[in-house]
Design a protein around this ligand. Structure first.
Ligand code: PEP
Ligand code: MG
Length: 600
């Protein structure tokens, strides 16, 4: 048997595997976020040609935005589609067009450089105005400028919300607001040149079950648009023009992985306890109400982290109290009385809502105006969310979690606003759970240090190891230059987790981990050994962790933790984890494979 792709040369590229799965399909290139802007002199005879190019690009861009608008209106809503009306208006702005043509005639430079110069002038002007609404216009112009420059360069750019047929997205980088728009049915896999394993776009891909590879060097320039590619999200390998043999081999791998997964899923009715009978609670991390179905299928006993900002990023706006209530109540009802921990808005860092963050120009966004800091400044935005959460608390076991607390005063201020929100609801005669539980996320070293005091004012702790690692080690979680230094196995992280557990135990409040390491079996074992009894995991990873923990003895996990606490070198902790994986966890998976073979 032969295939068209066998006539072309097969190439293999490697990156870092961040979301598992094997798929193949057509490569759709999302070119770099900032298009390159050529700049060269032209002769006066070339002016008319440049103007014609400009007009063609405007028509093509207008068509592209109109298509995108239609797609968004169908997939999301008409309200969300209206963002693109503002973009269309930019393209009809006479001043922008006429000034560009004037610049072209006057300077005798190519149209890209003239258009970029003029639009930049407008962007700077609008960004520096006080009025938030007008500032937003700068963002519209920036977005349209990028599109138009790409059209001038002849680049076709698929929009995330509108891949017309299923494909594999190859991008320079991906922001969480772009990832929030991804359609699971058309984006089969995601490949990026940059980005770390714990960036929020990657976390979203993982939770949607979309295979992903990051750090694939020069992916957008080396992978031809439209060619067939095969993605191995287990190993981080991408094969361009795979031969039939390669497709067959990977097909076998996927069949094999699927069978093992079925074994992991086959015992969801059995209790979640270690081999020696220690009960543990496994919860799920979700990004939105649409994930609820997959939570139940994964065997989770509830939701340990609902990252509510997805709601804001998807609509690129601040959703109203009713819109939020609808979403939260859907989750609470869907979980039928099981616990649902909803984290309040964690914008900032890599999660930028243009409406709120435009003009901020932060040098260190992860250390800047993020999460609770934003909410405590924009109290009304925060209270809209708190009221929506409180109303949904009347319908089930909803708990509220504050992200990125750096100390006690932020917790007290947040609780004060929660009380005000309760008063407002009482006045409106709305129902809510008067005793709604409130948790503190421990993900900043200073919070870990004052954990005993935080515990006095919270009902539970949830440790965010993604950020705790970033802030303890001063390693940006999305910067691939320092990705090798991002080590959750660093003894400082291990010891800090232990301190937080001890503080929670001393105060008699529950503590869980909701960072990505909870979804890796060896780390999960280490966490249990440190005394953790609750883990919140992205649903696709949960069945495997559940399967393994049910077969491990707590004593062995405690021995692992004792040894890890004695280390000073991250490499030694990593070695302990690798040995534990090799000697304790791999054999369990091998047993699963043997069972499978015996059955077939
Ligand atoms: C964390 O920091 O570990 C966490 C769970 O939150 P996020 O990844 O959304 O910052
Ligand atoms: Mg965090």
């Amino acid at each position: 048997m032969s295939s068209a792709s066998e006539h072309k040369q097969e190439f293999i590229f490697r990156g870092i595997a961040v979301s598992p799965g094997v798929v193949h399909g057509r490569a759709c290139l999302l070119s770099r976020l900032e298009p390159e802007i050529p700049s060269y002199p032209i002769s006066s005879e070339q002016v008319d040609g440049e103007i014609a190019r400009f007009e063609d690009a405007i028509i093509a861009t207008r068509q592209q935005i109109a298509n995108l608008r239609d797609q968004v209106s169908q997939k999301l809503s008409e309200a969300e589609a209206q963002i693109f009306d503002a973009h269309l208006l930019v393209l009809e702005d006479k001043a922008l067009i006429e000034e560009t043509i004037g610049e072209l005639r006057g300077s005798l430079y190519n149209v890209e450089s003239c258009f970029n110069r003029i639009s930049q002038r407008y962007i700077d002007f609008f960004s520096n105005l006080e009025d938030d609404y007008i500032k937003e216009r700068a963002n519209d112009i920036r977005d349209v400028t990028r599109r138009l420059l790409r059209s001038l360069a002849g680049e076709s750019q698929p929009d995330l919300a509108s891949l017309s047929e299923p494909g594999i997205l190859i991008a320079y980088d991906l922001t969480p607001s772009e990832a929030a728009l991804i359609d699971k049915d058309t984006v089969l896999a995601i490949i990026t040149e940059h980005g770390g394993a714990t960036g929020h776009a990657v976390i979203m891909a993982r939770s949607m079950g979309i295979p992903a590879i990051v750090n694939l060097a020069k992916a957008t320039s080396r992978i031809p648009a439209g060619c067939q590619v095969l993605v191995d999200g287990y190993e981080g390998t991408l094969v361009v023009n795979p031969t039939t043999d390669t497709l067959f081999r990977y097909g076998e791998i996927q069949v094999h992985k699927d069978s093992i997964r079925r074994i992991f899923l086959s015992e969801l009715e059995k209790p979640v306890e270690t081999a020696d009978g220690q009960e543990i609670i496994l919860l799920a991390n979700i990004e939105g109400a649409e994930d609820v179905a997959r939570v139940s299928e994964s065997g989770a006993e509830g939701i340990g982290l609902f990252r509510s900002e997805g709601l804001y990023l998807r609509s690129n706006d601040f959703p109203s109290e009713d819109e939020q209530f609808e979403e939260y109540v859907k989750v609470v009802r869907g979980m039928e009385g099981r616990p649902v921990i909803i984290r309040t808005l964690d914008l900032g860092g890599d999660k930028v809502l243009s409406k709120a963050m435009i003009g901020l120009g932060e040098n260190n966004p992860f250390m800047g105006f993020r999460a609770i800091r934003f909410c405590l400044k924009h109290k009304e935005v925060f209270k809209v969310q708190l009221r929506a959460l409180l109303r949904a608390s009347a319908e089930g076991d909803l708990k509220i979690l504050y992200p990125m607390l750096s100390g006690v005063s932020e917790l007290l201020d947040s609780n004060q606003l929660l009380e005000e929100a309760k008063d407002e609801l009482r006045k409106r005669g709305e129902k809510f759970n008067e005793k709604v539980e409130v948790g503190a996320m421990i993900e900043i070293p200073s919070a870990a240090q004052v954990a005993p005091e935080l515990a006095r004012h919270s009902d539970f702790f949830s440790i965010g190891t993604n950020d705790l690692t970033q802030y303890l080690l001063a390693v940006d979680r999305v910067n691939d230059e320092v990705a090798h230094l991002y080590q959750p196995a660093h003894p400082a992280v291990v010891r800090t987790i232990k301190q937080i557990i001890d503080a929670a135990n001393a105060a008699g409040i529950p503590v869980g981990v909701c960072g990505e390491i909870a979804g890796e079996s060896a780390y999960a074992a280490l966490l249990l050994g440190l005394g953790m009894r609750e883990l919140s995991i992205t649903p696709p990873n949960l069945p495997e962790v559940r399967y393994n923990l049910r077969r491990l003895e707590l004593q062995d996990m405690e021995d692992l933790a004792t040894k890890a606490l004695e280390c000073w070198d991250p490499a030694d902790v990593q070695q302990l984890l690798d040995t534990f994986t090799k000697e304790r966890i791999k054999p369990l998976v091998q047993d699963a494979i043997n069972t499978l073979k015996a059955e077939s």
